[in-house]
Design a protein around this ligand. Structure first.
Ligand SMILES: *Cc1c(COP(=O)(O)O)cnc(C)c1O
Length: 429
C-alpha cells in the first residue's frame, strides 16, 4: 500500500468493505438478520452504553448497511454517515437533532417537488416551519435567517431545472449565523459535487437515484462533515446538553466530530425507525461500484441531447447548466467541475397539451416519477410531481406547465435523440 490517498474510482469499489472475517467472502454479504448475539452481559451493556461499537438490532445498525454508510461518508469526504429508508427520511433525520417546536429552516425555493411539500406542509405538524427564498439573492437569504433558524437547506444541482447553487456563498452566510448548511446532493452525486469542500455541514441523499443507479430500491443517507461546533452557539441542546432521550448523554462532548452520526443512530433511527434494510443496502453498494463510470456517460449524453434540443425549432428553451447559454454555466467549474449532471428541463412550443402528448409518445424514454436511472426518463412535472404546488410555486421551482423534465440515461446518445425527435414530431403536429 502507498501513502497516496486513493482516487474516487478506487474508493467507490472498496471503501468500507473488507473480506468477510468469518467466511472470506469477497463481496459484502447481505446480513439478513434482525438481531445480533451478545458475547455476554457486559458486552450487551457496553453496546447499549455506546462505549463499544457493534451490532444490537437492525433498526439501529446492520453490518451490510454499515459498509454502505462508510462508503458514502468516504466518497463525500465526511466523518460519518447514516443510511435510512428514503431520501425524504434522510431530510427528516437531518433536521431532527437540530429542531424543536417553534424553530425554522431557510430553504431554497428551487427544490425537488416532494421536498417543497414536506417542508411547507408536513413539518408544521412537528411545530417546525420553513421560509423559502431565492438562493441567488444572498441578501434575501441573510434576511430570512432569524434567531429561531436552525439550518439552511438547498440542493447542489437543483431538481428539476438543473439550477446550480453557489454553495460557497450560502455556506458563508450559514457560518456567520452559526447554523449548519444542509445540501441535498442527490442530483449531482459525490462524483460531480462534494458539498463539504464548499462548506456544507451535512449532506443528504436520496440513494434511490444515481447512487443505486438502476431504479431498484429507495434509500437515503445523511453525511456529517464533522466540522460543525454544536456547542458554541447554544442553539443545539440535543447535541450539546445532556440528552434526556439517552439517559443524559452529551453527544458532542462524548463523540466530538461523530456527535451527529451517533445521535442519528442512537436516537434518530431508534425512535423514528426510518431504517434502511440490508437487501436495499446491497443494491446500492452494487450501484456505487460504477458511479463514476455512469456519471461520466450521463453527463456526456446530457450534453449531446441538450445541444440537439437547443437547436431544434420546436423547443423554446433548455435549462441545462452544461450549455454555455445557461445563466449557471459559470458555476459549473466551481461547483461541479466534472459536469452539470444529467437532469434538466426543456420548454416546448405548444404548452401543456404538447407536453402531455410528448410523454405519451416516447418509446425509449420511460414516463416515470424518478430520476438517476440508467434508463432515460421523462416526466411532465406540472401534471405530476409538482401538481400539489401553486402556479407561482411551479414557476419558481422551474416546473411551469410548458416544461418537461428529463433524466438522461446511459443509453446510446443517438438513440435517445431519435426517440425525442419522433415524439416531438407527434407532440407538435
Ligand atoms: C428523489 C429525491 C428526493 C426524495 O428521495 P426519495 O428516495 O424518493 O424519498 C429528495 N431530493 C431529491 C433531489 C430527489 O431527487
Amino acid at each position: 500500500m502507498t501513502d497516496t490517498p486513493f482516487g474516487f474510482e478506487t474508493l467507490q469499489v472498496h471503501a468500507g468493505a473488507r473480506p468477510d472475517p468469518a467466511t472470506g467472502a469477497r463481496q459484502t454479504p447481505i446480513y439478513q438478520s434482525t438481531a445480533f448475539v451478545f458475547r455476554d452481559a457486559d458486552h450487551a451493556a457496553a453496546l447499549f452504553n455506546l462505549q463499544e461499537v457493534g451490532y444490537i438490532y437492525s433498526r439501529l445498525t446492520n453490518p451490510t448497511v454499515a459498509v454502505l454508510q462508510e462508503r458514502i461518508a468516504t466518497l463525500e469526504g465526511g466523518q460519518g454517515a447514516v443510511c435510512c429508508s428514503s431520501g425524504h427520511a434522510a431530510q427528516i433525520m437531518a433536521l431532527f437533532p437540530l429542531m424543536g417546536p417553534g424553530l425554522n429552516i431557510v430553504a431554497s425555493s428551487r427544490l425537488y417537488g416532494g421536498t417543497i411539500t414536506q417542508f411547507s406542509q408536513t413539518i408544521k405538524r412537528f411545530g417546525w416551519s420553513c421560509t423559502f427564498v431565492d438562493f441567488d439573492d444572498l441578501d434575501a437569504v441573510k434576511a430570512a435567517i432569524d434567531d429561531n433558524t436552525r439550518a439552511v437547506f438547498c440542493e447542489s444541482i437543483a431538481n428539476p431545472g438543473g439550477y446550480i447553487t453557489d454553495l460557497d456563498a450560502i455556506a458563508a452566510i450559514a457560518n456567520d449565523a452559526q447554523i449548519p448548511l444542509i445540501v441535498d446532493n442527490t442530483s449531482a452525486s459525490p462524483y460531480l459535487c462534494r458539498p463539504i469542500e464548499h462548506g456544507a455541514t451535512l449532506v443528504v441523499h436520496s440513494t434511490t437515484k444515481y447512487m443505486t443507479g438502476n431504479g431498484t430500491v429507495t434509500g437515503g443517507a445523511i453525511v456529517d462533515s464533522g466540522n460543525f461546533n454544536w456547542t458554541a452557539s447554544g442553539k443545539f441542546p440535543s447535541l450539546s446538553e445532556p440528552e434526556p432521550a439517552y439517559h443524559g448523554l452529551k453527544f458532542h462532548e462524548t463523540f466530538g466530530p461523530l456527535a451527529f452520526t451517533f445521535h442519528s443512530i442512537a436516537i434518530g433511527l431508534r425512535d423514528l425507525g426510518m431504517t434502511m434494510n440490508p437487501q436495499g443496502a446491497h443494491y446500492t453498494l452494487m450501484g456505487l461500484e460504477t458511479l463514476s463510470l455512469r456519471m461520466d456517460k450521463h453527463v456526456a449524453n446530457a450534453m449531446e441531447v441538450a445541444q440537439w434540443l437547443e437547436n431544434d425549432p420546436r423547443i423554446e428553451k433548455v435549462t441545462y447548466a452544461g450549455l454555455p447559454s445557461s445563466p449557471y454555466a459559470s458555476r459549473v467549474p466551481q461547483i461541479c467541475p466534472k459536469g452539470a449532471g444529467a437532469l434538466f428541463t426543456f420548454a416546448i412550443k405548444g404548452g401543456y397539451e404538447a407536453c402531455v402528448k410528448l410523454v405519451d409518445s416516447v418509446e425509449l424514454f420511460s414516463h416515470v416519477a424518478n430520476l438517476g436511472d440508467a434508463r432515460s426518463l421523462i416526466i411532465h412535472s406540472a401534471s405530476t410531481t409538482h401538481r400539489q404546488l401553486t402556479p407561482e410555486q411551479q414557476e419558481a421551482a422551474g416546473a411551469a406547465p410548458n416544461v418537461v423534465r428529463v433524466s438522461i440515461g446511459t443509453e446510446n446518445a443517438a438513440d435517445i435523440i431519435a426517440d425525442l425527435d419522433q415524439a416531438l414530431a407527434k407532440a407538435t403536429a
